[in-house]
Design a protein around this ligand. Structure first.
Ligand code: PNW
Length: 480
């Protein structure tokens, strides 16, 4: 028993993390340009100005994908590259459009299917300044709708569209914790502006409405002639009870997943927010109008799933904090019995737990009636090697056995979910094709299956894990 013969696998990236070319050919600034240039926001004061310089290295990136055997490549469009000021009446930058048209054409000539994310966090800065960006549902959703239409029209051969990458991250990291652009939070040590108790819920709602509008445009105007699919990509970790004997911890696990994933997935599949969130947040959680329900309910052609890690969950007693976004609970890596969920990595939030992937695939499939799932991100930074704080220098860094083990564990867990639990996964793209700008962590943390020599001409060197993924899928996919 194995994965279906039409299963597609490959790698994922995002525009701001790899493109560079920040001021080339008319690109405008995004909120991440502004945020990363603000002192103290990104490790070592780094920005995505150059990153992997993928904007100027189309041929090298496609050759790499081909060399690794990828069947699909997930990348994102930089909104301010194609509409520098972002708004629905603002001019389109033809050079930006031409860039993505050329890229898609070259990819397809190489036999690689493009999977395009419209929004991977790089909002045109002008829209943030003009009307508060994602906080302004009416303006934002109309501007996003127009941007989406421009891209659907420009790239008619693309069959897989993702509206938003990880709305949870945009809302919580951007408007509650303040760790990501635009960096708003109630914590006045971090930001002069923001209200963690309300803004993230407002932003989540705007994102859902904008998603719904873009899906409607695609289905009404483009799907009939182009025949592609569209969905949203959600992130979320698996949850294990801290004390499996305590029903309150067991219950808190479901609540944790609801606050992370069902916040967006319940509206998309059922047309309303989860009961647990309505109960805790009251009128801080916006109401859907009947028109919004109409737009959002049933708006996924596939479920886009980003998944990295798992946590032990301990329920909290008493009233939740106003800024709480977890569901009145604590997350940790150790259980009551002292078990560790998985080995440490360079990312404080990430410890591998392959079994958690299988369990979450089953949880989601049961709740949302076995949707077609595309795993759009899965991957890891490395564990520390030896006593060193940093990763080893090139070329030892290419021997990334820890990452190889991660992919073996996770991809096999996914295979088990498909083969034994009836879960319907059809596409898998590993995060990431190459080392890149890891947001607030700058370039310190590397998630790539390919090493990028940032200071030595941006050369790409595949690590051991790049081959492991290809070999695994080759052995797991049924030959037609
Ligand atoms: C995802 N967390 O982000 C993003 O989609 C990628 O752009 C990113 O590079 C990748 O995962 C690795 O970090 C996340 O704190 C960032 O739980 C942070 C969290 C989850 C996902």
């Amino acid at each position: 028993m194995s994965l279906p013969s039409d299963f597609l696998w490959g790698f994922a990236t995002a525009a701001y993390q790899i493109e560079g070319g920040f001021d080339q050919d008319g690109r405008g600034p995004s909120i991440w340009d502004t945020f990363s240039k603000t002192p103290g926001k990104v490790a070592d004061g780094k920005t995505g100005d150059v990153a992997c310089d993928s904007y100027n290295n189309i041929d090298q990136d496609i050759a790499l994908l081909k060399n690794l055997g990828a069947k699909v490549y997930r990348f994102s469009i930089s909104w301010p590259r194609v509409i520098p000021l972002g708004g629905r009446d603002d001019p389109v930058n033809e050079a930006g459009i031409a860039h993505y048209q050329k890229f898609v054409q070259r990819l397809q000539e190489a036999g690689i299917a493009p999977m395009v994310t419209l929004y991977h966090w790089d909002l045109p800065d002008n829209l943030d300044k003009k009307y508060g960006g994602l906080l302004n549902k009416e303006e934002f959703s109309l501007d996003f709708e127009r941007y989406a239409r421009v891209m659907f029209e420009a790239l008619p051969t693309v069959k897989h569209w993702i509206t938003f990458n990880e709305p949870w991250c945009s809302a919580v990291l951007g408007y509650n914790v303040g760790l990501h652009a635009p960096g708003r939070t109630s914590n006045r040590d971090v930001s002069a502006e923001g209200d963690s108790s309300t803004e993230c819920w407002t932003v989540g709602h705007s994102l859902l409405v904008a998603h719904g509008k873009a899906v409607k445009v695609y289905r009404d105007e483009f799907k009939p002639k182009n025949g592609g699919e569209i969905g949203i990509t959600l992130n979320g970790d698996w949850a294990e009870p801290w004390d499996p004997e305590d029903p309150a911890d067991v219950e808190a696990c479901d609540r944790k997943i609801e606050f992370a994933i069902s916040w967006f997935a319940d509206p998309v599949y059922f047309g309303h927010y989860p009961e647990s969130m309505r109960k805790q947040l009251g009128d801080r959680l916006p109401e859907f109008t009947p028109e919004e329900v109409e737009l959002i309910k049933g708006s996924n052609d596939f479920y886009g799933m980003n998944h990295y890690t798992a946590n032990y969950i301990k329920h909290k007693e008493g009233e939740p904090e106003p800024a709480d976004f977890l569901g009145n609970l604590e997350t940790g890596f150790y259980s009551k019995a002292g078990e560790n969920i998985g080995p440490e990595t360079q990312s404080v939030w990430l410890r591998p737990s392959p079994i958690g992937f299988r369990k979450l695939l089953v949880w989601l499939s049961k709740r949302y009636n076995f949707p077609k799932i595309y795993v759009t991100e899965n991957g890891t930074s490395e564990a520390k090697r030896g006593d060193g704080e940093a990763e080893p220098p090139f070329p030892e860094i290419l021997e990334d056995d820890f990452r190889c083990e991660y992919f073996r564990g996770y991809i096999n867990a996914m295979k088990d979910a498909v083969v034994e639990d009836g879960v319907n996964v059809r596409i898998y793209t590993a995060w990431s094709l190459m080392d890149n700008f890891e947001w607030a962590e700058g370039y310190v943390t590397r998630f790539g299956v390919t090493y990028v020599d940032y200071d030595g001409g941006q050369k790409r060197h595949p690590k051991k894990s790049a081959r492991v993924i290809g070999d695994l899928f080759t052995s797991l996919i049924k030959t037609a």
